[in-house]
Write a protein that binds this ligand. Structure first.
Ligand SMILES: *[C@@H]1O[C@H](CO)[C@@H](O)[C@H](O)[C@H]1NC(C)=O
Length: 177
């Protein structure tokens, strides 16, 4: 009976593979698509249109925007996020991921929010944070992270990051995909 079962499973998976059910996402149609920020299209696209690939340079794939500490004093919740985009990093266009730098003042938080279509993993570089998320059965997962520690917020779930320290600001880098 047991062998019959695994034979059936094998058959099922082979069939699924044959029918293409096990295929990963398709590869992009091009190596890259440097965002053309000069001529915004009059039609809707998923991402920005590409510049002529022959005009691509190394500069299109690099930026220092995440190296700069930001001002948290003027923001409502005491955090300031700098996000890589097709404007400050044109080579990022269509690749399906981004990164951000979030400066969080002492005794401040990135309040609960969600990214409906993306997972986020962060790494703490400075200070200490209480981070967490709530799953769809209302279970809370919470953890204290210190420099070098990472934490992942699964796609679509409400999450937050709280700098409980009364004096020391915190810095995290988040990758969103
Ligand atoms: C974030 O920091 C930048 C750079 O210091 C500043 O120009 C901007 O006003 C700040 N944003 C908020 C919401 O405070």
């Amino acid at each position: 009976m047991k062998t019959n079962c695994s034979l059936l499973l094998h058959l099922f998976f082979s069939l699924a593979l044959l029918l293409g059910l096990g295929k990963p996402d398709p590869d992009p149609l091009q190596d890259y698509c440097i965002a053309d920020n000069k001529s915004p299209p009059s039609f809707s696209t998923n991402g920005a249109p590409c510049i002529d690939p022959n005009k691509a340079t190394s500069d299109h794939f690099t930026t220092s925007v995440l190296s700069k500490p930001t001002n948290t004093g003027t923001s409502r919740f005491g955090f300031n996020a700098t996000v890589l985009s097709t404007i400050n990093l044109p080579g990022l266009n269509t690749l399906g991921l981004t990164m951000s730098r979030v400066d969080i003042a002492a005794n401040s938080a990135v309040p609960p929010h969600t990214h409906p279509r993306a997972t986020e993993v962060l790494i703490c570089l400075k200070g200490q944070l209480l981070v967490g998320f709530v799953d769809t059965s209302n279970r809370l997962y919470s953890q204290k992270v210190s420099p070098g520690d990472s934490f992942v917020f699964p796609k679509g779930l409400i999450h937050y990051a709280y700098n409980q320290d009364p004096k020391i600001p915190a810095l995290v880098i988040g990758r969103v995909q």
